[in-house]
Design a protein around this ligand. Sequence first.
Ligand SMILES: Cc1cc2nc3c(=O)[nH]c(=O)nc-3n(C[C@H](O)[C@H](O)[C@H](O)COP(=O)(O)O)c2cc1C
Length: 274
Amino acid sequence: MGFLTVDHDKCKRDRVCAAECPMKLITFKEPDSFPGSVKGAEEICVSCGHCVAVCPNKAISVSTVNTVECLPINPDLLPKPEQVEHFLKSRRSIRSFKNKTVDRTILAKLIDIASYAPSGHNIQPVHWLVIEDKNEVHRIAGLVVDWTHYMIENMPEYAALMHLEAICSAWDQGSDRICRDAPHIIIAHAPEDLSMSQGSCTIALSYLELAAYSMGIGACWAGYVGAAAGLYPPLIQELALPEGHKAFGAMMIGHPKYRYHKIPPRTAPRIIWR
Ligand SMILES: Cc1cc2nc3c(=O)[nH]c(=O)nc-3n(C[C@H](O)[C@H](O)[C@H](O)COP(=O)(O)O)c2cc1C
């Protein structure tokens, strides 16, 4: 089978597939011919699936995308704009968790949804490390505290900016302000030398945070873990990520202890219109 297969009985030659291919791999020999592909298309294709997904006639398939896995969009399941607005504005960082674990099926579902986040060239560089064991979460928080001691000593300005002294003294008094006693943390990691890794991990974690909120699961960026996990050798060793990978962000996950009743205001958008 070649790169592009077109069902001539179904194809209406509307050229939508060609218009939507980001790499411009679909061409036409004559003005009214069926779609064809450029030389070497298979190697250039980013497997985004847009050509298959945008065709209203189910007429096209490409060797780089599993057409069977292209699920239909159900308009009834799409939220209305006011629902999206309310959902996004009412999401909160959750820092108090019930002493109860989140089912692995739910954690896996969150990660599955997060894998639909955009990534440059659809390269999908994000991998996941799920710390399911609360004791291990606490151990990681302890290593981050060790890192904060190092930072206070060696980079006092950064330490002041990040309120690291307060984090340390809270820890000494038995209060975990690193992982907030969350039962789990989810770490997004990716190849260190890839320019898209940081952005892709950040966006994927943002998807994950929103997906968690939609399921009644609490989430909060674990910024100190994210920072230390990319820098502090003992923590890097503890995480034991695959060779060449770096942690680009971490999220605390658990069942929220409290429910929010209001949406606190945010600074009005600062926009330059041109
Ligand atoms: C990159 C990033 C890192 C963060 N790190 C932490 C953190 O380490 N601990 C924490 O409690 N909250 C952390 N937060 C959550 C922010 O404090 C929170 O988003 C902000 O206060 C606004 O509250 P909201 O998310 O409920 O709107 C982080 C948020 C971001 C985006």
